[in-house]
Design a protein around this ligand. Structure first.
Ligand SMILES: Cc1cc2nc3c(=O)[nH]c(=O)nc-3n(C[C@H](O)[C@H](O)[C@H](O)COP(=O)(O)OP(=O)(O)OC[C@H]3O[C@@H](n4cnc5c(N)ncnc54)[C@H](O)[C@@H]3O)c2cc1C
Length: 471
């Protein structure tokens, strides 16, 4: 289902602006208690949404020398973060973090916290087809450095929160759900305004929407959004592996099945994390299975023989002979056998695509999933968000140095331009891969198998892909 959302111009916009102003000024007796509600506070920057991207942004802003004196407020709708126990069981939400994101954590002094807890470097990735023998294996500089790191999302949040708590200029409010916002371009007020569901209100020079795919800030900005559902769910789980003691579990595996990709991301010598993208009915079925039936279904997904496209297999043999390589079948390694799934670790998430045509307006900017949401097959979503963080901090610092106001669009568009140049090709590429692998139509299987194998056989092209994915 493809939706192009466009804000109505003219009278609709005027009445919308009036409504926003009314809502912002209203003090409903139902949710406002004059004795407990402070007067409107003013901040330099308000970040709406304290997920991975918003919290990292709060730390990165105040960590920047030029912006260190700015007063920052981080508003998060959820209750306070409970922290992370590195000796506890592995969590089911993890991210493949690329080199640039690791550099960002280092720059805000959050990396040591992660390093001292636990994370798993990925030395190699293998991606392969189910309708032919095509495969690709990525390793960096002949295993000299890691392709990515697998880190639990709550550990990232724990590391970044630890930094935020040390910074005097950042205030965090939990259970602070934004109800509505008013932006100078619509309200005519000099500042951006934020009103919470509990009636508290704030003003700021710059409001940053880090409030995820259903961003309230983005909706008030009135930007065009290209958005659609994949009609697929991402099923995640923590898995126990049957690995020999002398084997290092440091390979990330992904097989493209006709229903979507299934991936194993290493967590430790004996554990991996699962991301299985599949149809909604299949995901529900997998969720309802008992643990044994589930592990059987998963092991089968990695080795089951699907209908072959002979022409593709023959073309691959020819291609490998041309490059003097052994056949793809011989290059292929098999993932470790899964022997169990941790209790209560299975969960599903809807998958979709979203891209805001613009990331900025007077007094506001978007970062992370509020601006873009992609299929997890390439493990790029939050890495793009961390890229936004780096670019926004750089742009704001350069702007402040040159005397621009924080919310000045003239300067903010530089952030938008840099982000669009980086994010759009990756988003188009990831969506293209999803589309290409969503069919078993023979000519498409032939084309994509040749593409995958050619990339495997041509190091310069492979390195280019690697460089893009690693940041
Ligand atoms: C199955 C799966 C696997 C993935 N794997 C990877 C991977 O390996 N690598 C990778 O790079 N990416 C991955 N991603 C993508 C990644 O998880 C997201 O890109 C990332 O979580 C987005 O972070 P965010 O902070 O921008 O948004 P969110 O995580 O959505 O955070 C938004 C925050 O804003 C808060 N909020 C929302 N509305 C309001 C409001 N009105 N007021 C106040 N607060 C509000 C929410 O409570 C939340 O804390 C994966 C995604 C899925 C679904």
């Amino acid at each position: 289902m493809l939706i192009l959302l466009r804000n109505n111009a003219g009278s609709a916009a005027i009445s919308q602006a009036r409504n926003i102003a009314k809502r912002l000024l209203s003090t409903t007796t139902a949710n406002r208690n004059p004795e407990t509600t402070p007067a409107t506070e003013h901040y330099d920057i308000i970040i709406g949404g304290g997920g991975l991207v918003g919290t990292t942004l709060a730390a990165a802003l105040v960590n920047n020398v030029t912006l260190a004196d700015k007063k920052v407020l981080l508003l998060e709708g959820a209750p306070p973060f409970k922290g992370f126990d590195p000796s506890g069981p592995y969590q089911n939400r993890v991210s493949a973090i690329n080199r640039n994101s690791v550099e960002l954590f280092k720059s805000i002094n959050a990396w040591t916290h992660i390093e001292q807890a636990r994370y798993k470097p990925v030395k190699q990735m293998q991606v392969w087809e189910s309708n032919s023998d095509a495969l690709i294996q990525f390793q960096h500089d002949n295993f000299a450095s890691d392709v990515a790191c697998i880190i639990e999302n709550d550990l990232i949040l724990d590391a970044v929160y630890a930094r935020v708590k040390e910074l005097d200029n950042v205030k965090v409010l939990n259970k602070a759900r934004i109800e509505c916002v008013g932006l100078p371009g619509k309200t005519g007020a000099p500042h951006s305004q934020v009103k919470l569901q509990d009636g508290r209100s704030f003003t700021c020079e710059l409001l940053i929407g880090a409030d995820g795919a259903n961003s309230v800030v983005r909706k008030e900005m009135g930007v065009d959004v290209l958005s659609f559902n994949y009609d697929r769910m991402g099923l995640v789980a923590t898995l126990d592996l049957n690995m020999d003691d002398d084997c290092d579990n440091s390979v990330a595996w992904q097989r493209f099945l006709p229903t979507g990709p299934v991936a194993l991301l290493p967590l430790s010598a004996k554990h991996s994390s699962l991301v299985w993208s599949t149809t909604v009915p299949h995901a529900k079925e997998l969720l309802a299975m008992d643990a044994n039936a589930f592990t059987d279904a998963l092991n089968e997904a990695f080795c089951r023989q699907y209908p072959r496209v002979d022409l593709a297999d023959k073309a691959l043999q020819g291609l490998n002979a041309l490059f003097g390589n052994s056949s793809a079948q011989h290059q292929r390694q098999y993932p470790p056998r899964v022997c169990g799934v941790q209790d209560g670790s299975r969960a599903t998430f809807p998958l979709g695509f979203l891209h805001a045509s613009s990331y900025v307006c007077n007094g506001a900017a978007l970062v992370g999933d509020a601006a873009h949401r992609i299929h997890p097959l390439a493990g790029q979503g939050v890495n793009l968000g961390f890229g936004d963080v780096r670019r926004l901090v750089e742009t704001l610092a350069a702007g402040a140095y040159a005397g621009f106001k924080l919310g000045d669009t003239q300067h903010l568009v530089k952030y938008e331009r840099k982000c669009l140049a980086k994010n759009v090709p990756i988003m188009v590429g990831v969506h293209g891969l999803h589309t290409l692998y969503s069919t078993d139509f023979s000519p498409v299987v032939l084309m994509r198998s040749l593409g995958l194998q050619l990339t495997q056989n041509l190091p310069p092209i492979k390195n280019l892909f690697m460089k893009t994915a690693m940041g």
